[in-house]
Design a protein around this ligand. Structure first.
Ligand SMILES: Nc1ncnc2c1ncn2[C@@H]1O[C@H](COP(=O)(O)OP(=O)(O)O)[C@@H](O)[C@H]1O
Ligand SMILES: [Mg+2]
Length: 279
C-alpha cells in the first residue's frame, strides 16, 4: 500500500516553457533555528506539486540541511519505487564565495520557473550577493523576543516596534544595492513561524510587533508554520505532508497533520506570482 502521492496536482505554468527568467526566492534570516531550511523544503515540494519547475540551491554549505533532506527524499523514492517530484538541486562549494553564489543562481535560472535558495543563519558577503539577486525574500521569524529583535526592537510596553533590527537593516541595504543596480525592489515576506498552539503571551506580542513592523519596514506579514512535531518527523524519509496520501496513511492523518498541510499550502499561495495557480 502506497502512502505516497506521486502526482503533481496542477499543470505546469508557462514561465519556464516561454523562456522567461526564473523568479529567485531567497529564504533568509540571520537567526539559526527559525525554520529556514524546513520552510525551504516545504516550499520546494509545495511549488513542485503546484506544477512549477523548481531549482533549489543550498548555500548553507556546512550544515547543508536542505541538501540532506533532498538526498533522503531521493533515497526514499528509489527504495520504494515511487516517483516523487524533485527539484534540480545544487549545493554551493565549501567554502563558497559571492561569485560562486551568483554563478549557482544563474545556472539554476535556466529552464526553471522558480529558484529557491536556502541560506545560513548569518549575514556575510555570500548572503548579501544572493539577497541582491532575490525577487522575493522570505524570512521566517521564530516565536521569541530574541528572534524578533533581529527584525525590530520593541518598546517596553511591548506593543510597538521602535527601531529596525540588524536583519531589517541588512534587507534595507540589499534594497539600496538593487536600486543602484537598476533592479526592481524585491518583495519581502516575513512569516511568524513556529507559532505555538495554544497561543502564548509571547506569541501574541511577537505577532503584534511584526504587524507593526510590516508597514514601517515595507514587508508583507504572512502566516508561517505552527510548532508541530510532524515538521521534524518526516526528514529521514525526505517527505513533506504534501507527499502523504490522506486515504492511505494507515493510521490516517490527524487533525494536526491536516492543519499543517493547510499551513504549507497557504504559504505557497501567499508567495506564488499573483493568481497563476491554486493548490
Ligand atoms: N514548524 C516547526 N515545528 C516544529 N519544529 C520545527 C519547525 N520548523 C523547524 N523545526 C525544527 O527546528 C529546528 C531548526 O529548524 P531549521 O529548519 O533547521 O531552521 P534554520 O534552517 O533556520 O536553522 C529543526 O530541528 C527543525 O526540525
Ligand atoms: Mg538551515
Amino acid at each position: 500500500m502506497s502512502l505516497i502521492s506521486p502526482a503533481v496536482s496542477a499543470p505546469p505554468p508557462a514561465a519556464a516553457a516561454a523562456g522567461k527568467r526564473a523568479r529567485v526566492l531567497v529564504i533568509g534570516n540571520e537567526k539559526g533555528g527559525s525554520g529556514k531550511s524546513t520552510v525551504a523544503m516545504h516550499l520546494v515540494v509545495g511549488f513542485l506539486r503546484a506544477g512549477f519547475k523548481v531549482g533549489s540551491l543550498d548555500l548553507d554549505v556546512r550544515q547543508a540541511s536542505l541538501t540532506r533532506y533532498l538526498e533522503n527524499r531521493a533515497a526514499f523514492a528509489a527504495g520504494r519505487g515511487v516517483p516523487l517530484p524533485m527539484p534540480t538541486h545544487r549545493r554551493g562549494p565549501n567554502p563558497v564565495t559571492p561569485a560562486d553564489a551568483t554563478a549557482e543562481v544563474a545556472a539554476l535560472t535556466q529552464g526553471h520557473d522558480l529558484v529557491i535558495v536556502d541560506t545560513p543563519g548569518r549575514v556575510d558577503d555570500v548572503s548579501m550577493a544572493v539577497h541582491v539577486l532575490a525577487d522575493v525574500i522570505v524570512t521566517p521569524v521564530g516565536e521569541s523576543h530574541l528572534d524578533l529583535d533581529l527584525i525590530g526592537a520593541i518598546n517596553r510596553r511591548r506593543d510597538r516596534a521602535v527601531k529596525p533590527g540588524p536583519y531589517a537593516e541588512f534587507v534595507w541595504s540589499v534594497r539600496q544595492q538593487r536600486a543602484r543596480a537598476g533592479l526592481p525592489p524585491s518583495d519581502w515576506f516575513v512569516c511568524h513561524n513556529r507559532r505555538r498552539q495554544p497561543e502564548t503571551r509571547v506569541g501574541r506580542e511577537v505577532g503584534r510587533a511584526l504587524a507593526d513592523l510590516a508597514s514601517r519596514f515595507a514587508f508583507k506579514l504572512i502566516p508561517g508554520f505552527s510548532e508541530r512535531t510532524i515538521f521534524q518527523e518526516l526528514f529521514p524519509d525526505g517527505l513533506t505532508l504534501l507527499d502523504l496520501r490522506e486515504a492511505e496513511t494507515g493510521v490516517g492523518l490527524t487533525m494536526s497533520h491536516v492543519a499543517a498541510r493547510a499551513e504549507i499550502r497557504r504559504m505557497v499561495e501567499a508567495l506564488s506570482p499573483a493568481g497563476t495557480f491554486t493548490l
